[in-house]
Design a protein around this ligand. Structure first.
Ligand SMILES: [Zn+2]
Length: 108
């Protein structure tokens, strides 16, 4: 029996809804994927980065293809929302995040 491998994280989502969108996008490309961490969502603010939902692929061999799909998704997104700099900790935050992934500081 092969040793269990850590899940292959392909996307850190801003919220559980985006995580589901990304998961559906991968599944529509026939890449089996799961969302981890969305159960911790309600505790966000205390838990920082680990509380954000992560999208993982079930088969690590799908990682390269998943990355391609997600790069296309990110470049579509990037055209719409510019990244911003956190006023709390100075971290560079992707535009799809409404709050800093590092310290939880809200945008604005
Ligand atoms: Zn911050």
């Amino acid at each position: 029996m092969p040793a269990p491998r850590p899940p292959t994280v392909v996307y850190l989502a801003a919220d559980p809804i985006e995580a589901e969108i990304v998961r559906n996008m991968l599944e529509s490309e026939r890449i089996p994927a799961d969302v981890l961490g969305s159960l911790l969502w309600s505790g966000r603010g205390d838990l920082a980065a680990d509380a954000y939902p992560r999208v993982v692929v079930r088969d690590p061999r799908d990682e390269a293809r998943a990355t391609e799909v997600l790069d296309a998704y990110r470049s579509r997104n990037a055209a719409e929302v510019a990244p911003w700099t956190c006023g709390g900790c100075g971290e560079h935050v992707p535009g799809n995040f409404a709050a800093c992934w590092a310290c939880g500081h809200a945008l604005g």
